[in-house]
Design a protein around this ligand. Sequence first.
Ligand SMILES: Nc1ncnc2c1ncn2[C@@H]1O[C@H](COP(=O)(O)OP(=O)(O)OP(=O)(O)O)[C@@H](O)[C@H]1O
Length: 263
Amino acid sequence: MQSPTIEICNLTKKYGDFTAVDNLTLSIGKGEVFGLLGPNGAGKSTTILMLMGLTEPTSGTVQVCGLNPVSQPIEVKRRVGYLPEDVGFYDDLTGPENLIYTARLNAIPDKDAEERAFRLLERVGLDGEINKKVGKYSRGMRQRLGLADVLIKNPEVIILDEPTLGIDPSGIRDFLGLIVSLSREEGITVLFSSHHLHQVQQVCDRVGIFVKGRLLAQGDITSLARQLFAESEEQNGREYGLEDIYYRYFEGGERNEDNSDSA
Ligand SMILES: Nc1ncnc2c1ncn2[C@@H]1O[C@H](COP(=O)(O)OP(=O)(O)OP(=O)(O)O)[C@@H](O)[C@H]1O
């Protein structure tokens, strides 16, 4: 059997006395779209920083594409594309100019870089905007350019940290559709970190519920509620679902008829 693309084992990160990530164990297979779902402050970004070799674990191990991000951070960055909440671009350059710049930084020859930049702009639906300076892009356009920027080096894995923040609903739909097709058509492994239950539900094969540094449950969407609410279901005789997860773990309350459609 193929070994997992991302393998996290008993991973802990402490900042002084505060534990941001607490004994996390998780495997993500090749081509899988995995959602790391948790409220603000759960430890999602800290986990991503450890996967990228940008901060060191306090204890435990991480492997990405068979590499150790602590001792091989450059090799990891070569194979993993990371899209943060807000990507920094040169605002006075156009989309293609920004992408070609990234390609050069990744040692891609100029001729290939240009061809790849235009192909990716088409892939993310920005081919109609090639002469526009990025400073004039909308938030959704910047994120789509961010995705192209991540893809220019042909990564095996892409890690997206709250990528839809500030994008309008139709932009979000397009962006999520793109992520799914990338995974399906190109076999890219995707780690999608978000606090939006419904977005994660739309695109992810498997989801981990991450709260206060701990992974409470993981699995496909339908099995999550069962894992988290088995006892309550037995006591109350009703079926629990995703909305219940949202209210209990993200809002700190329980779902009732007054709030049942606002997640
Ligand atoms: N450098 C740091 N020093 C001290 N505490 C930190 C540091 N970085 C993060 N934390 C704390 O660790 C916890 C987890 O933060 P993290 O950013 O990983 O959460 P998150 O799930 O990504 O949330 P958000 O979506 O709000 O960024 C938070 O309580 C945060 O305040």
